[in-house]
Design a protein around this ligand. Sequence first.
Ligand code: PLP
Length: 394
Amino acid sequence: MIADKMVNFVKNSSAIRAMFEEGKIMAEKYGAENVYDFSLGNPNVPAPAEVKDAIIDILDNEDPVVVHGYMNNSGYEDVRAAIAGSLNRKFGTAFREENILMTVGAAGGMNVIFKTLLNPGDEVMVFAPYFGEYRSYAANYDGVLVEVSPDTETFQPNLEEFRGKITRRTKAVIVNSPNNPTGVVYSEDTIHKLADILREKQKEFGTEIYLISDEPYRELAYDGVQVPYLTKYYENTIVGYSYSKSLSLPGERIGYLVIPDEVADSRDVIAAANVANRILGYVNAPSLMQKVVARCLDAEVDVPAYNKNREALYGGLKKLGFQCIKPEGAFYLFVKSPVADEKVFCDAAKKHHILIVPGSSFACPGYVRIAYCVSYETIMNSMPGFEALAKEFL
Ligand code: PLP
């Protein structure tokens, strides 16, 4: 009885989520400490103390009718102004409150912008490997996802193939940096070249192509690597941000879109996104959390804890002979599977109670993703299992 379209969504429903559920069952069976669940990007580092302080202070001191009430569908004006000001200080931009739309996480933001922009059959380009949910977000609005194959040397976008695949129907291009699943940060050089290609193709076809920068991992970058702010490189850029990872608040569902004035038809896009947020049923982003994040603009999670995990996992696996590039951001390691069919490797890992995700979930078979947003002990205790896998496969 369910809708035809839903049948496919259910069938392709995230393998990652399925593994997360399996991990919980395994933890009950073998004891949580004996299961090494690297499947989900669920932060293990707690939200910073400022978050709790803000919640308590808001509840103690602000009018509950306002705190829990409806507001403009785009969010509280003062919250949006505070976020715009913070971005301007950090990146030298000139955003105003009107350019910010508070969303139900990055996922909500992506759905709002696709509902705003896509006509059926419009093409949305993605660079493999990519976060598999993009497929569903585009399909929700009958958009067609067009994949650019991975450059497995660097995991920077394959720009030549990209140029060749842009058509008159290309409405949006998604970039995600720091990247899930590779941890790669797209370099400034890459971004300049990508922007040039987009401008060239807009001119050739007389169209507008929106660059959607999905950046929930912006704050998780290591060794001082710079993550370019894309609105400064290409006029038609819309940013989707989330506090799920940067403040460890994934369950609270809070983020925002930045729709700059420079974007083509910006007034219409801003107005339509406001309505899209409402009619998708989000109505508005969670009100208490809007107020919380506005008070935590400079708060940080314990990024050094993730960095410690990164070093331990990357160093440990390299020593065992596994091949992977060192991630510069996010909390994922993308490791070459020692067998062509990486699902065989994931199944073998499971025997050692190690849960990792096949690269095919990210349109990049032959690799596996290991999410290191777990305790340091989990990483260290998983090493004998990885060692056994190395002996078996390498
Ligand atoms: N985009 C990417 C690349 C992600 O990895 C995730 C979550 O893992 C999301 C979007 C969704 O994030 P949110 O929890 O903010 O909806």
